[in-house]
Design a protein around this ligand. Sequence first.
Ligand code: R5P
Length: 292
Amino acid sequence: MKIIPGPASKKLGESIAEILNVEAVPVFFKTFPDGESYIRFNIDSLQDEDVAIVQTTSPPQDQRLIQLLLMADNALEMKARSITAVVPYFAYSRQDKRFLAGEAFSVKTIVKLLENCGVNKIITLNAHNPKVLKTFNIPVEDLSAIPLLAEYFKAKGLVENPVSLSLGKKALSVAKEADGVLKGGFDYVSTRRDVVTGSVTLEEKQLRIENRDVIIFDDIISSGGTMAKTVKFVKEQGAKKVYSACVHPLLMGDAKKRILENGAEEIIGTDSVPSSVSKVSIAPLISKALTT
Ligand code: R5P
């Protein structure tokens, strides 16, 4: 097996290669003055190799997706035996259906493109809607980094017997997963999303969190609006220390500031998306998935 660490996940790809004790193919890339992407592998052939391309597709997602497609098709042309696309943050996965008539079913389009560029399998993490991803032609393995995040809190001793919260009832399994490690109990904050504006409102719901430490788990922090509102909401219900944990810390604009200003002690994320809060590495999780 060879690992191809894409430009967006160089460090993560190299860590995976190191854990698996396999070669990491050096990738040269540049952006032309007009914005087009260029990719070159520093290797002559990938004949009969199983390759795993590691490339997250956080912003600038369109550029990173094009880089991923160029790398996949290049590996195909270089005669790789199989191509696994490791895409920790899977761009466009929130557009997982036609919410309004006439809308593009974006995530389906992205999977079709990967398939056409020779990708045999996709590995991702805490996909927004794993059920939808599994309805496409190529297999998609959706891993969960929630236990790793929970382990981090436990190992660092940041909280005392914390309550694990998810955002929305549908995501209750996330809080339950975290509670499997933290064992302080779990619940969800009730949310409603406006299909036109995408904005989230929190519904009235009494939580048993008075004087308790709380960790709010979410798959993505993008604008930080949802997390900031939730931190404020749980603080108002009497929580002691409140932490934000997420798998994909996109942290657009002043997201971090908004969350901290609303009372969070700290934000903890993974290196699915490299950022200042990426304290937990998903490299061991992905390495294991690539060998089983
Ligand atoms: C929503 O379904 C997700 O789980 C996140 O809560 C959401 O994408 C976060 O977005 P933002 O940070 O922009 O509020």
